[in-house]
Ligand binder design. Structure first.
Ligand code: PMP
Length: 355
């Protein structure tokens, strides 16, 4: 039976990425060696990093004056590196749930963290819109897509630079990079396997704070060394390049956004229509295009386990909701075909007929 991969991350990747990576595991760039066994400083691998950086810049229309890095440590290390490199005595954070909170926790090591707004009062099921940002904060940090709570937010209006965790929606929709001093994302949703972390940082924003930064945590070191200060995660970076090529071929971020909007609409329409289910995010504009979270309607709450078993038997993989929300989460990242979303909708309709 065909499996439909709705995991939140690591998650579905394009067939193209998997095929090209599998080939390179056996014979990379005609070297007769595996991509896992060549030097990161070989001309073949340097070409991989160079092309990946160029494609990130092209696909996200990154302006002059920004550096693109492939680091390790996941987005979680960026929670720390961001304030280490950019925060003076104060930084502002928009709290839209778990990932924002984890970012705030690390920033507190460096100074005052101002929580400009929070949706904790409703278990993070909406995006706060009205808030003031302190003008003397070094930056305003936000999580563009909350993977757990199924919410998304556009770059907030602020009179200070933005820092964004785009781990779960990078390359899913256009972004105005120029508003940001820093954008970071773990690779393992829309880009490649876990192990690589994408960083886009404004060069001018660096070196402004009076703090000693340990070498491995200093963006300037990684910029000077073109992501090769230490050994990069070569296989994941190779796979990321394949996804970037695939996305360019499809027409880029603008083209995939249209598909993502269509996929999400198919699923949200069914959740809103089907009497058995309800969305966990009432405001339509706050609903994520990447992680569609839903629960059983209260009067059908006891059917939760039965639906999970039914969906699993129909080939749906990874739709169990995160424990802090419950219910279900269907992640519909760039690589997910609309047929898989339709298969989930069909399953929901069949289940409705049974009840
Ligand atoms: N931010 C967001 C929005 C995430 O979804 C995740 C992981 N799923 C993280 C940060 C943490 O990423 P990592 O595991 O790469 O450290």
């Amino acid at each position: 039976m065909k499996k439909h991969n709705f995991y939140a991350g690591p998650s579905i990747l394009p067939e193209y990425t998997k095929e090209k990576t599998a080939e390179a595991v056996l014979n990379f760039a005609g070297t007769g060696l595996s991509v896992m066994e060549v030097s990161h400083r070989s001309k073949e691998f340097v070409a991989v990093v160079d092309e990946a950086v160029a494609l990130v810049k092209e696909l996200l229309k990154v302006p002059e004056g920004y550096s693109v890095l492939f680091l390790q440590g996941g987005a979680s290390l960026q929670f720390l590196m961001a304030p280490y490199n950019l925060m003076g005595s104060k930084a502002a954070y928009l709290n839209t749930g778990v990932w924002s909170k984890k970012a705030m926790k690390e920033a507190k090591f460096f100074g005052e963290v101002v929580e400009v707004a929070s949706s904790a009062d409703a278990n993070f099921n909406y995006i706060p819109k009205q808030f003031d940002t302190p003008a003397d904060a070094s930056y305003l940090h936000y999580t563009s897509n909350n993977t757990i709570f199924g919410t998304k937010v556009d770059a907030p209006e602020a009179n200070i630079p933005l820092v964004a965790d785009m781990s779960s929606d990078i390359f899913s929709r256009p972004v105005d990079v120029a508003k940001h001093d820093l954008i970071y994302a773990g690779a393992q949703k829309n880009l490649g396997p876990s192990g690589a972390t994408l960083v886009i940082v404004k060069d001018e924003a660096l070196g402004k704070i009076d703090r000693l930064i340990p070498t491995m945590l200093d963006y300037r070191i990684h910029i000077q060394n073109e992501s090769m200060f230490n050994t990069p995660s070569t296989l994941p970076v190779f796979a990321c390049l394949q996804t970037l090529r695939w996305l360019k071929e499809l027409g880029g971020v603008e083209a995939i956004e249209k598909v993502n909007i269509e996929k999400a609409a198919v699923l949200y329409d069914e959740i809103d229509r089907n009497k058995l289910f309800q969305s966990t995010v009432p405001n339509k504009e706050d609903r994520s295009l990447m992680n569609v979270t839903f629960v059983m309607a209260p009067e059908f709450a006891e059917l939760e386990k039965e639906f999970l078993d039914f969906a699993t038997a129909n080939g749906m993989v990874g739709i169990k909701g995160h424990r802090s929300v419950g219910g279900f989460r269907a992640s519909t990242y760039n690589a997910m075909p609309i047929e898989s979303v339709q298969a989930l909708v069909d399953t929901m309709q069949e289940f409705e007929k049974k009840h």
